[in-house]
Design a protein around this ligand. Structure first.
Ligand code: T46
Length: 137
């Protein structure tokens, strides 16, 4: 699975805390796009796709949410609930986001501009591309 947790450094003083993320430093790619997901209801599940090339760092800057990551062979669920920790997702990994707490904000730094042709939104197509057999999902 081409994913890993990235710990982000806190610059704190008596006024509060600050986290900085720079391209090719905390993230191993050039940042072309930033988006964030908020006001997602607790019973909503989003995502349901993989990317062909895009690399992303996902940080839950406020509240909590869960991310299911599936490379066609193994499935992991990661809980994001710290503004100082993100999950780096590279390679063709199926993702679903769910269990958003009230007020959760999921910020995503992406290596490229939005491009619908980079999405694989069909799970069978994803498994075929990864050369894996479906395994009872
Ligand atoms: C991902 C997960 C973590 C844009 O117009 N520009 C954008 O940059 C993005 C990300 C989305 N959109 C439009 C496309 C749809 O009409 O916003 C709408 C919602 O997008 P989507 O259904 O793809 O959202 P999620 O939450 O299922 O997935 C998003 C990202 O699309 C995806 O790359 O990895 O968050």
């Amino acid at each position: 699975m081409e994913t890993r947790i990235i710990k982000l450094c806190i610059h704190g003083d008596s006024r509060g805390k600050l986290v900085a993320i720079e391209q090719l430093k905390e993230v191993p790619f050039e940042i072309k796009r930033v988006y964030y997901i908020f006001d997602t209801l607790p019973n909503v599940r989003r995502g349901f796709h993989a990317h062909k090339k895009l690399e992303q760092l996902l940080v839950c800057t406020s509240g909590e949410c869960k991310i299911l990551l599936d490379d066609g062979k193994t499935r992991d669920t990661v809980t994001l609930n710290k503004p100082t920790e993100g999950i780096l997702v590279s390679g063709c990994v199926w993702r679903e986001m769910f269990d958003f707490s009230p007020g959760a904000v999921l910020m995503v730094l992406a290596s490229d501009y939005y491009d619908e042709s980079d999405y694989i939104r069909d799970y069978d197509e994803f498994l075929k591309k990864n050369g894996k057999e479906e395994y009872g999902v």
